[in-house]
Design a protein around this ligand. Structure first.
Ligand code: HGY
Ligand code: MN
Ligand code: MN
Length: 400
């Protein structure tokens, strides 16, 4: 068996970003395509038959691709400056679990597949879990094809360059029908397992989350010849909005609202910007609360903009409702992993999208830093290597 840490070490150099100290692995970038090649090589080494489906999802099959399959896996793309484990740990542990099951002499009673879903982070095209949304029909192919990245490349062009014909992306009921159950292993992205002092947990639910783009328009001008009183500076308006957004969310129990991307145009030191785009990631366990919070934020941005001679437009880019995982499956996973606590998570996953179509569960692996979407994200070698056996225990329960 190849240790999970060995598998992760083999890809540790791919997509490293000196500026953030983390990883930059956008879908179909050189880095993510190198990771896809790594996946194909590891699958081939295990005699797994690999398919790439119409949406760019990779499937490595142990046994004939067929109905009622047990599917595991995760994603290989990252957020900008992401950690080493968010996504790849679930893929590496899946290969490790296949090795463990084979060493146990176990023969699955039904097909097993390891899946890799593209653009889980939505970091290139703005829609989280894009691949699983296309597969399940949660995202229209026409809408997907016109999405663009920061450089203006359309998803259609990027997928075509990655070998995926954009004419055929979209709902794939035949592929979906093959999935009997999906179980994703993932690094825990909070402090839950630190507080429980346990290595693994079973997921209970995923917090609903929405992504929204705010475009603030003012008047571009010269930084030296324009008096302060004569300005309609969209950066000043947007900065006031960002502070107010944090206060609105801070006043609502369990709500989160984050602005992590803020782009003045044209972005010159001696230039008053003409416009600013920034994005809001908003989350709460109750979708209605998130909707109300965003309505309040929309009104507040409009008022702040008007008070400064600017205009603000807020549009929704991505929405994932709160998901409660299948309790029967969660019970089976819990039985397979002795005394693993059940955890709610604030992080989104493809498992959350697939849950609308098939029984879905997740396993979390302890992250001693409690930090994620950062180079600080961490899993000990012992827990990473043990995650293969933990996933194998869960899969064996489902494959028997
Ligand atoms: O954003 C999230 O919650 C996930 O990491 N994609
Ligand atoms: Mn993530
Ligand atoms: Mn992830």
């Amino acid at each position: 068996m190849t240790a999970v840490t060995t598998l992760l070490t083999a890809i540790a150099g791919i997509g490293r970003d000196a500026r953030s100290g983390g990883y930059v692995r956008p879908v179909f970038s050189t880095a993510e395509r190198d990771l896809r090649s790594w996946f194909l090589a590891e699958a081939a080494q295990r005699g797994l038959d690999v398919e790439v489906d119409r949406n760019g999802i990779l499937w490595a099959w142990w046994g004939l691709a067929g109905p009622d399959a047990v599917v595991t896996g995760s994603h290989l793309d990252s957020v900008p400056g992401g950690g080493a484990f968010d996504g790849p740990l679930g893929v590496a542990a899946a290969f490790g679990a296949v090795d463990v099951l084979r060493e146990r002499g176990f023969t699955p009673a039904r097909p097993l597949a390891i899946a890799v879903f593209p653009e889980e982070e939505g970091s290139r095209f703005g829609v989280a879990c894009l691949g699983s949304r296309l597969l399940t029909g949660a995202l229209s192919p026409d809408a997907a094809r016109t999405l663009t990245d920061r450089d203006g490349n359309t998803l259609a062009d990027v997928f075509a360059a990655g070998g995926i014909d954009p004419r055929w992306i979209g709902p794939d009921p035949e592929t979906l029908a093959r999935i009997g159950v999906f179980v994703e292993l993932h690094v825990e992205q909070g402090r839950g397992l630190i507080d429980f002092a346990r290595p693994f947990a079973v997921a209970e639910s995923i917090l609903g989350h929405g992504r929204f783009k705010v475009s603030v328009r003012g008047e571009g001008n010269h930084a030296g010849t324009t008096l302060m009183a004569d300005r309609r500076d969209p950066v000043v308006a947007a900065a006031a909005m960002v502070g107010a957004i944090a206060e609105v969310a801070g006043a609502i129990d369990d709500a989160r609202a984050t602005v992590g991307r803020f782009e003045p145009v044209p972005g010159g030191t001696n230039v008053i910007a003409s416009s600013v785009d920034f994005w809001i990631d908003a989350r709460h366990p109750d979708d209605a609360v998130t909707r109300r919070m965003m309505a309040d934020i929309d009104r507040m941005c409009g008022d702040i903009a008007a008070a400064r001679g600017c205009e603000a437009v807020l549009v929704e880019e991505s929405w994932s409702p709160t998901v409660g995982f299948d309790p029967t499956l969660a019970g089976r996973l819990g039985a397979a992993l002795a005394d693993a606590p059940h955890l709610r998570t604030g992080a989104g996953h493809d498992a959350g999208i697939l849950a609308s179509a098939v029984p879905t569960g997740m396993l979390f692996v302890r992250n001693p830093s409690g930090i994620s979407h950062s180079p600080e994200e961490y899993v000990t070698d012992a827990d990473a290597d043990a995650s293969a056996a933990a996933l194998a225990d869960a899969l064996q329960e489902l494959l028997s």
